[in-house]
Design a protein around this ligand. Structure first.
Ligand code: COI
Length: 378
């Protein structure tokens, strides 16, 4: 079922209304994740009758919606997160925007919001960045976070397919996701709350997946853990961490080989762009004589047992916001599983290597496939 009736999304129809009061860039130290926004936003209305309407870049500002709009009652909302980077040549590039657009279309289709032409939204996002190019920060760890969002705007309390929707994009100059910077975190392995389940929507980027995860995070925080390590099912499979995918590194003491493991995409795991980037780079760059790279089920029991045997080498979360987030401890069964870190550092060797590979590509120091999409600036 596709809901793309009427006019397709067409970037050539773009209308631009400039903000008469352009802002000055803030110093990098003042950038808190997602707290300040640029001078402009992009909005595109959709209706079942007309299809996609005129894309409009205009000054950043409030939306006006009917209080009965379906987004407020039945959670017709989805979003994406991607970043643009300033390169040493002073060009601006987006990291793998095609992956985000493909995922956004999958999220839209799942909750009966309209799909759209991915290439057109990439072009329009480029135009939005162009308006605010002076606000794209410079420097390692700093970027422009891009938040495409789609909501159902039709009025009325009947539960059904939205007949009107709004796609909008806002952007935020950002620094490191965690206030603590690149610092290893403590997790609580969580089996008393479930993030996602088979047949559910855990693999889609819907706002409705996030709100229910805050209470368990507060419960874990009360016990001294920053994030939840989400377990699933009677086997207590490890699925994700906080709002990120998660990777573990084990040593097989019999063969001497190391293994990089993450959960398989079985419908309960978000199809992370960073997750895919880590797997692709690891498969490409690590020596297969020394490494196995597996998407497989693994449990907290395996992690606890292998930690005791000295076979747990590293663990890290992966996501667009934090890129990689090293893990140092996991609370489980009234004990803390210790995850080794490099001496005097906040992460393990592979975590460090992966962070470097990805940063080199994002900041345009290394070309990799067609992962970097240059924003055309006049
Ligand atoms: C991530 O990039 O890791 C996210 O899930 C975005 C977060 C701010 C919701």
């Amino acid at each position: 079922i596709t809901l793309a009736t009427g006019a397709p999304l067409d970037a050539s129809k773009l209308k631009i209304t400039r903000n008469p009061n352009p802002s000055k860039p803030r110093p990098n130290e003042e950038l808190v994740f997602g707290q300040t926004f640029t001078d402009h936003m992009l909005t595109i209305p959709w209706s079942a009758k007309e299809g996609w309407g005129t894309p409009h870049i205009k000054p950043y500002g409030n939306l006006s919606l009917d209080p009965s709009a379906c987004v407020f009652h039945y959670a017709f909302e989805l979003f994406e997160g991607l970043k643009a980077y300033r390169t040493p040549q002073n060009t601006i590039t987006m990291f793998r925007p095609d992956k985000n657009m493909a995922r956004m279309n999958k999220s839209a289709a799942r909750i009966c919001l309209p799909t759209f032409e991915s290439e057109e939204l990439i072009k329009l996002t480029g135009k939005l960045i162009e308006q605010d190019k002076h606000l794209v920060p410079q420097g390692n760890g700093y970027s422009l976070y891009i938040r495409p969002t789609m909501i159902g705007t039709s009025k009325g309390l009947g539960v059904g397919t939205p007949s009107e929707a709004l796609l909008y994009v806002i952007t935020s100059p950002v620094g490191p996701y965690y206030k603590t910077g690149f610092k290893a975190v403590r997790l609580e392995a969580t089996d008393y709350a479930t993030r996602a389940w088979p047949g559910g929507v855990g693999d889609k980027k819907l706002g409705a997946n996030y709100a229910p995860c805050i209470l368990p995070q507060l419960q874990a925080a009360k016990r001294g853990y920053q994030q939840n390590l989400w377990l699933f099912g009677p086997e207590k499979n490890i699925t994700e961490v906080g709002t990120m995918n998660v990777f573990f590194v084990f040593l097989n003491k019999v063969t001497g080989k190391k293994e990089l493991v993450t959960a398989p995409l079985d419908g309960t795991i978000l199809e992370g762009v960073t997750r895919d980037s880590v797997l692709t780079l690891a498969r490409d760059k690590l020596d297969p004589q020394e490494w196995d790279i597996n998407e497989r089920y693994y449990t907290i029991t395996e992690v606890a047992t292998r930690a005791k045997q000295g076979e747990l080498l590293e663990a890290f979360g992966s996501g667009t916001a934090a890129v990689v987030s090293p893990i140092k401890e996991i609370g489980w069964n009234n004990e803390d599983i210790h995850v080794p870190l490099l001496p005097g550092e906040q992460c393990g060797a592979l975590t460090k290597q992966v962070a470097q590979w990805i940063a080199d590509i994002q900041y345009g120091r290394v070309n990799y496939g067609n992962w970097s999409k240059t924003v055309e600036l006049p």
